[in-house]
Design a protein around this ligand. Sequence first.
Ligand code: F6P
Length: 746
Amino acid sequence: MRMALRFVLPLLLVLGLIAWLAAPAVGGLIEKWFRADVEMRSRLIFNSVQENVAEQVRSGSSRQVDGLFRRIAQDERVLALGLCDNSGKLVRRSAAWPASLGCPGDNSAEPSFTVAHLNNGSVLAASFALASTGAPQGHLVILHDLGFIERRLSSAESYLAAFLGFLGLAAAGVTAIVARLTLRGWLSTLQRGLKGQPGTGSDRRDAPEMAPLLREMRKAMRSLEAPRGLSDAIRVDWGPDSLRSLLRDEMPDAEVLVVSNRQPYIHNMEDGKVTLQRPASGLVTALEPIMRACGGTWIAHGSGSADSLMVDKSDHLAVPPEAPAYTLRRVWLSDEEQDGYYYGLANEGLWPLCHIAFVRPIFRASDWEQYMAVNRKFADAVVAEATTPNPVVLVQDYHFALLPQMVRERLPEATIITFWHIPWPNPEMFSICPWKEEILAGLLGSSILGFHTQFHCLNFLESVDRFLASHIDRELSVVRDVDGNTTLVRPYPISIEWPPVALADTPPVDQCRELVRQRYGIGADVHLAVGVERFDYTKGIADRFRAVQSLLEQHPEWIGRFTLLQVAAPTRGRLSAYQITQEEAEGLAAEINERFGRDDWRPVLLVARHHEPDEVLTLFRAADLCLVSSLHDGMNLVAKEFVAARDDEDGVLVLSTFAGASRELREALIVNPYDIQGMGEAMHVGLTMPADQRRERMKLMRELVSEHNIHHWAGRMLLDAARMRKSRAIQNQMVQAVPAGGGRHV
Ligand code: F6P
């Protein structure tokens, strides 16, 4: 109705104005037509009676003239007739001749027509010269009433106004209907176009005139959605402040929730006292600075023996303990849940499935049940912790493959960013998982799914392509599932805090060297290599020991002059594969030490205990070499931590080509950990590398890690999430503009 009025009022106004302006001209024209008509009638009458009248005048028969006038005046248009003599005097007239009207006073031989305005209207006096045998006999004057012209004019004006009014209404109605249909067509074309539904563009329902606009809008939407080059993010000096302003400026309403299995702070009961431990976890190393910068809630498994003593009644704890900046929400798991979900499906199934380390994955149906139940439990915790309908949920790792979809079902507006911290296998490898479809569908509940490398993204996309019905846009790296949900799949190489917070309290390099040598009984002239990891079979610890053996065999000059200090935190010790890994490494270290060692020197020092971050930094600063020989690794943050620890710009990194970090730290000595002799050679090269070359390489690697730090990692994901939230807001507005089946707002 509003739409129709919008057209009707202006149209009526315009038509009224046209009518008002045109009325005088139209009236004049009509009057002219009627006058010409009356004049012609006067001529006709004159022509038909002139002889008769002339005859009667000539014969002087007044009665005959009056009778003739009476008959002619019966014509309804003829008002009266009169006879004027040659002197212009009215000598005869019919009854209706107006008393106030004399002869027109024109004595010419030519007919003349004059309009006389009388009290009761206008009359046309048509004067014709009467002649008989050439002698003038006066004039016959025929009076016509012109009142009918005025009457007709006024009714013609009324008809015209009514006609224009009707025309206006009809035109407005038709225009409104056509405009409404066209607009609806345009909007639904836009709607389909913006939703990116297949068929748009060539769909017959699409309005062709919308094609250019749609193209432009898609371009704009793409620029919001499209992956940006790293250069976009490089321009920002990423740190806690830039991350905070990103959240404040780009996502002012965003509530940040993190979900991970491992918690950043573990409280244990030791000898009747509560102790605090920071776990050996790359994930925790990466995410903790983010949470310190942004605040929010971190939901994780309360695995420590004293964890339950430290939380409030909502299972909350403010952390870090020394300067609380965010909330840790602990989730409790039974032993049964822990066994099935963590040890079973996650670490005996998915972990070996995703790492090429030749450990056979084990899939048990009972583990899968627990995995689903625990994912559901954590999803419940996310929903319970969310205070807004659209939080930003950062889901971490292979423990929670099903959680994104579970959260999406209950918080459809949430921005879910899932990061997979380990490699993604190729589709052949992935196909052995009995629940591959469920895992893929679960992950596609994410708005953004991140991996460390492009290679892992491609493996994931191939797996989706192979096992799920979905649409993959490889240019944009976006997967659209059957329900129309989209997931952006992108590489976000994870990193570390720059500079590491513990570095400020760590002694200078010389003192660190001194400290470590004293602590582990290493001579001042011995070159030191360090290895720091969890005791995991993917880390290639035994292969590293074999490489030390090869180094000593190939380059005996290092006997007595080189030691590898290997720090390994026991992990997942309940699993036989881990027990075997530790036993193998310990046996091998003992063997090598037996073969090459002396009373005052051992080539391999293996310390199987957890080290806190400050101890690890001290080790890195004391080392000549750092060995990272992972058989397969998503990223490996030890490599980046070593680089960050070396503010003296010294030290050599030996890095496995199968760790994601090797894609970024090109100046490391890149090795194949399966090539034992090659790795031994690389160690030799590192140990003999000239100082200026060591410095040059370290400098370049430090530049890279300082720029691509953990805030850069989080910043890029959050920037993508912010773009996505904006783009979704635009789409929602477009969709709401055309309500289903109605178009009320059109
Ligand atoms: O590499 C995957 C990962 O989750 C890391 O992020 C983390 O460093 C490690 O595994 C920790 O394992 P867990 O929590 O089982 O000790």
